[in-house]
Write a protein of this length. Structure first.
Length: 578
């Protein structure tokens, strides 16, 4: 038993060390498979030894822990909110009021206001022992199992003079880059990044939390030793940062209002380049001693204020819901809204993604809603104002038939999506596939514009992507959408396109999620189209940077007889090079 115990302790030490490097310094000293091997060994020993299971193992951070206990816990110190303003006058007033009270110059600390979910982390003797959500400010959920999966939160603090107990408060959020990845994988059933973070943290499967790659940044620190309260807030953040706690480096200590205005101005114009949702700056009195003297009311500290960026949110009304079909046959609900202008862009329609999103929003036609730019690029409905719902509001009913070709839609339960399986017999799917086929990354026949494609399909000159090569003078001259000079240009362009790089050829087939980069990787790996058509899933999986999901899409596409026929028809006209 002693032997097992000592080897377990050795492994524990190693795992914690590698975790520390990875989480704090983004550095892996060993390859992933070595790390996984170590974890496996650890799990085998755990099963062998039930006695030590309860005392040693429970204290170890498991990357994929499934233990979830959302027990309610009381905060050591209340987690307060912040007073908000959009107005510089109020910042002057905030400053003047404190100056009147102190009668001497004082430092302020400016930081970004991160739009995520706040969390309080407790470190005892340098070990993370508790992670509680804000809750009602006094009582929150203990979500330690999920917080443990956040890579940049250290399990153990490293360094000297670490106090007995530290309360680290900060924000958990998701970067735009990770948000994009999640939306790709989940067909965007969350309406905004904050919902994703909150949903992810409350997920009972910590493996999902781990895969979502959340990030943490600390904005406030309290130590148990009273004398440390005398320090500067700015210095406290720098200090915990040295021990491994992540902080944002856009931070400034100053006593000049002019500098605060500069800090705000720079943050405002660069807000989307920070790479995550942020909605203003927070200005805090820097001295912990003065903070204590000034104190708090029951809602917010009187020593801090949030100076918010002009709102990106607007209230409008949903006039109607229209259902569209995507290139892959997915039914897309679109909300037509009373047009609004947010930060200079006019918005009149918004994608609602899928059934789940509509249910989560509890959206009815006629509802007043709040619209926001999510990730600063895509307008999203983030909330329904239920108090404004009238009797005339109508429930959104999903169609059972495809709005384009009338065939029966199939519901994909796990994705909350409806799908039309008519493929090329569905006009929109055919139209979008042709547009992809002739796009710049495909055959590059972009002189054929959308309206021409539409007419070609309507007049039944094109029933498939390979029919592009059937177009000739006789057919084109029968179209209303083109004149003579365009006609010649199209013929020249079709002819030129017949010499095509393998990567463009793969892209042109419109395989789900196979974009420019993946097409290039597939082309470079296989070199010949025949090899791709007959490759097994294992081989496709070996293409650099390809995910399992995408390789399966490629494999399934190539497996279908009708796709093989289409490819062979195209190959009669083109010459592929690499
Ligand atoms: S200080 C007692 N600093 O904003 C300390 N809060 O709207 C009060 N937040 O609940 C918070 N960035 O979740 C502070 N740099 C920052 C922040 C920040 C984001 C959040 C925090 C708070 C909410 C209030």
């Amino acid at each position: 038993m002693n032997y097992i115990k000592s080897s377990v302790l050795k492994i524990k030490k190693k795992i914690i060390y590698y975790d520390y490097l990875y989480r704090n310094l983004s550095y892996s000293e060993i390859p992933d498979y070595e790390y996984d091997k170590l974890l496996n060994k650890f799990n085998i020993l755990k099963k062998k030894c039930t006695i030590i299971k309860n005392n040693i193992f429970n204290k170890i951070k498991f990357k994929y822990s499934n233990i979830l206990n959302f027990k309610k816990k009381t905060h050591l110190l209340p987690m307060l909110s912040l007073k908000n303003t959009f107005n510089i006058e109020e910042i002057y007033n905030f400053y003047k009021k404190i100056f009147k009270n102190l009668k001497k110059k004082f430092y302020l600390c400016c930081e970004l206001k991160i739009d995520g979910i706040s969390i309080s982390l407790i470190y005892k003797k340098g070990n993370l022992i508790q992670a509680i959500t804000r809750g009602n400010g006094y009582l929150g959920d203990d979500i330690i199992a999920n917080v443990l999966t956040i890579k940049n939160i250290p399990l153990i603090l490293k360094g000297n003079n670490i106090p007995e107990k530290i309360n680290i408060c900060g924000e958990i959020f998701i970067t735009y880059k990770n948000l994009k990845n999640i939306k790709k994988k989940n067909n965007s059933f969350f309406s905004n990044s904050r919902n994703i973070v909150s949903g992810t943290l409350k997920n009972i499967n910590s493996k999902i939390t781990s895969n979502r790659n959340l990030t943490f940044l600390c904005y406030n620190v309290n130590f148990s030793k009273q004398k440390l309260f005398n320090e500067s807030h700015f210095e406290c953040l720098k200090k915990v940062n040295k021990w491994g706690i992540p902080i944002h480096n856009y931070i400034k200590k100053t006593y000049k209002i002019k500098e605060i205005k500069k800090f705000f101005f720079y943050a405002n114009i660069n807000r989307k380049y920070f790479g995550f949702d942020n909605d203003g700056i927070v200005i805090k009195i820097d001295s912990k001693k003065i903070q204590n003297k000034i104190g708090c009311n029951n809602k917010y500290p009187k020593w801090a204020i949030a100076y918010k960026f002009k709102s990106q949110e607007k209230i409008t009304k949903v006039i109607n819901i229209v259902f569209n079909i995507s290139r892959y046959g997915i039914l897309i609900p679109i909300a037509y809204i009373k047009p609004i202008n947010i930060l200079g862009s006019k918005i009149s329609k918004i994608t609602l993604h899928n059934k789940k999103n509509i249910e989560m929003l509890n959206l009815y036609i006629g509802d007043s809603v709040i619209v926001k730019y999510s990730g600063d690029v895509i307008p999203q409905i983030i909330k329904v104002i239920l108090s404004k719902r009238t009797k005339e509001a109508k429930k959104i009913i999903f169609p059972t038939l495809c709005p384009i070709c009338n065939s029966k839609l199939k519901y994909i339960k796990n994705k909350y999506l409806y799908k039309c399986n008519s493929n090329l017999n569905c006009r929109i799917q055919l139209q979008e596939k042709i547009i992809n086929f002739i796009s710049k990354n495909g055959f590059n026949i972009t002189v054929i514009k959308r309206n021409i494609v539409f007419e070609l399909i309507k007049k039944k000159y094109i029933k498939n992507i390979s029919d592009i090569f059937k177009l000739n003078y006789k057919i084109l001259s029968r179209l209303n959408t083109i004149n003579k000079s365009l006609l010649y240009n199209i013929l020249i362009s079709i002819n030129k396109s017949k010499n095509i790089h393998l990567s463009n050829f793969i892209y042109s087939l419109g395989i789900e999620n196979v974009g420019k980069i993946i097409s290039l990787n597939i082309a470079n790996y296989f070199k010949y189209i025949s090899k791709i058509i007959y490759a097994d899933i294992k081989e496709i999986n070996s293409v650099p940077k390809i995910s399992k999901k995408i390789s399966l899409n490629v494999f399934n596409f190539m497996k279908k007889k009708k796709n093989k026929i289409i490819i062979s028809k195209i190959l009669k006209h083109v010459k592929i090079f690499i």
